[in-house]
Structure formats: structure tokens, C-alpha cells
Design a protein around this ligand. Structure first.
Ligand code: FVH
Length: 292
């Protein structure tokens, strides 16, 4: 395909649930969007909305200076890009695929070796949230590359720049997802517990949401203790009390005939902190046991 040097030209490699949402947001923002996906049929709805179909990944890379990549994992990114190193020079790759800080730094070096600018990103949204005020996307890499891409990338949601270390977006992405998975793990245990008593998930869910929203400020309060290293500062729920109450989850799970395995790892760490003499401090001190 002929190259669109227009600033409005953007290519998207990967049209899974997320890549398709990204391409759709770019189309809605008025960009000239070229799309490619391994399974070509996934491009059909986007082509119907005005996207150009690229027959190969190389054609998609050639079509626009800005190339957004959103595939399953870094292995798939390597499989897609490696055969096309000859067309990467002068392109900006924006890799929004989930990965580790190490993978992001390695990919940045690889891109530079082939003459491409590279931004790494972490999407903090599920596909229906893309292009809504709730979505934000983390970016890291050279500030000039981010500044140049930002007018286009803002179509996905708020763009948050985390500095020139290409690994920084992945670091923050994984950290935020850790918090989310902690919440999901706890919520699944909660649903299993109430279901065991005949309470429907639908009936219970609003109460759980309300409680989690009430606790959503917890990280900010915990940060003061963690950054000071003083886990005894402003304690309102001491660890000894929390450990004694936490045991009730296991007894109740036994009574209900459900597994408490999602809750067990934190308990083991709480017990170790209590045994080490920190019962009067806060639960935040458990972080000391995570530092290898
Ligand atoms: N969906 C979500 O909720 C999350 C939100 C936050 C960001 N993640 C990350 O986004 C990446 C893509 O996720 P996705 O939701 O689009 O995932 P799928 O719908 O499963 O689509 C996967 C795409 O990857 C293609 N693909 C996989 N392996 C290969 C390969 N070896 N070569 C070429 N393409 C490959 C797949 O192609 P196809 O199966 O349709 O042919 C899809 O385009 C991901 O990193 C999330 O962690 C999403």
C-alpha cells in the first residue's frame, strides 16, 4: 500500500477485543486507519466502518508512520514484527501489549536497532471503556516520541506519561493489575461464601461494591506508613486483631463447605509478622516479608 504521510494515518496490528476497540476509537476520532490481524476476518467490521485492510503486517507497517501493536503477548509481537525488520525504519511503534518491564526494554532496544522509535504502553481499561473518560493508558519511552504521538493516542483515553525508561509503563501496569486481581480474588471468595448460604450473587454484589468503594482509599493511607517504614504509625486496625479475625474466614469456609485457598497466602504472611512481634503494628508491615 502507499504510505500515508498525513499525521492522521495510523496502523493497528492486532484486532482482538482490545485492538479492535483501539482501531474503532481511531476511526471515530477521524484518523485514516489501516488494520491487520492474523485472522483476517476480524478486520471486516472495521473495514465496514472505513478502515483500510492491509494484506500483510508489512503492508500495515508501510501504510503509516505511527503503528499501534496490541497482540496477546510479547512472543506474538516478536513473531509478527521479526520478519519485517526491513520496513521498520522511520516508524514509531506503540506497543500496547501486556508484558514485563524487561520485555519492554528488550523490545525498545530491538526497535532502535532497526531504526524505529518505540513507546511502550499499558492500557488501564477493558475494551468497552476505550474512548470514555474512565480509560487511561500508561506510556513510557522517549518524551519526544510520546509528545509526537500523543494527539493520536489521546483517542484511547487519558494518556499518562511515566518517563523515558521503556519498562516503566509495564511496571505500573502490572502493579495496578495486581491490585485488581487481589480485589477479584477476594470477591470470588465472597461470592462463593454467600452462594453457599443460598444468597444470590446478584443480590449481594451491590453490597460488595459499596464496601470496596468505601475501602478504595486504603492505598493512599497505607502509602504513608510504607514510605516511612513506620508500620506503627496511626494504627486503627492492628495486625493482632486482624489476624484473630482473619482465622474466622477459614472456620466459616469449612462450615460452608467452600475452599478458602484464595485467602490463605495473606494469612500465612500475617501469622509470620505476628510471630515476629509486630502484632501492635498495621497489616502494611507484611510488605517487609515480600522484599527478597
Ligand atoms: N481485553 C482486556 O480486557 C485487556 C485490557 C487491558 C489490556 N489487555 C491486553 O491487550 C492485549 C490484547 O488483548 P485482547 O483483549 O485484544 O486479546 P484477544 O482478544 O485474545 O486477542 C489477541 C490478539 O493477539 C493475536 N495473536 C495471538 N497470538 C498471535 C500470533 N502468534 N501471531 C499473530 N497474532 C497473534 C490474535 O490474533 P487472532 O487469534 O485473531 O488471529 C488477536 O488479534 C493483551 O496483551 C492483553 O493483556 C487487554
Amino acid at each position: 500500500g502507499s504510505e500515508m504521510t498525513d499525521q492522521k494515518a495510523v496502523s493497528v496490528l492486532g484486532l482482538g477485543d482490545m485492538g479492535a476497540a483501539l482501531a474503532e476509537a481511531l476511526l471515530a476520532a477521524g484518523h485514516q486507519v489501516t488494520v491487520w490481524n492474523r485472522t483476517a476476518a476480524k478486520a471486516d467490521p472495521l473495514v465496514a466502518k472505513g478502515a483500510a485492510r492491509a494484506g500483510t503486517a508489512a503492508d500495515a507497517i508501510l501504510a503509516s508512520r505511527l503503528v499501534v501493536v496490541c497482540l496477546l503477548d510479547y512472543d506474538s509481537v516478536s513473531q509478527v514484527l521479526a520478519p519485517h525488520t526491513d520496513v521498520l525504519a522511520g516508524r514509531t511503534l506503540v506497543n500496547l501489549t501486556n508484558g514485563t518491564p524487561g520485555q519492554a526494554r528488550e523490545m525498545a532496544t530491538w526497535a532502535a536497532d532497526h531504526g524505529a522509535d518505540y513507546l511502550d504502553g499499558g492500557i488501564m481499561a477493558v475494551p468497552p471503556m476505550i474512548a470514555t473518560p474512565a480509560a487511561f493508558v500508561l506510556y513510557s519511552g522517549p518524551s519526544g516520541t510520546f509528545d509526537a504521538g500523543r494527539p493520536v493516542l489521546d483517542a484511547f483515553g487519558e494518556s499518562i506519561y511515566l518517563g523515558d525508561d521503556p519498562g516503566s509503563a509495564a511496571l505500573h501496569d502490572l502493579a495496578l493489575l495486581s491490585g485488581m486481581y487481589g480485589m477479584i480474588g477476594g470477591a470470588l471468595h465472597a461470592f462463593a461464601l454467600v452462594n453457599s448460604a443460598g444468597v444470590s450473587t446478584r443480590e449481594f454484589a451491590p453490597l460488595l461494591s459499596r464496601w470496596l468503594q468505601g475501602m478504595s482509599g486504603w492505598p493512599v493511607g497505607a502509602a504513608a506508613q510504607i514510605d516511612s517504614g513506620d508500620y506503627g504509625k496511626d494504627v486503627v486496625s492492628n495486625l493482632g486483631m486482624q489476624e484473630a479475625a482473619y482465622v474466622n474466614h477459614f472456620t466459616a469456609a469449612d462450615e460452608a463447605g467452600i475452599s478458602a485457598e484464595l485467602l490463605a497466602p495473606l494469612h500465612a504472611l500475617m501469622q509470620r509478622r505476628v510471630a515476629d512481634g509486630h502484632a501492635h503494628e498495621d497489616l502494611t508491615g507484611v510488605i517487609e516479608l515480600l522484599k527478597k
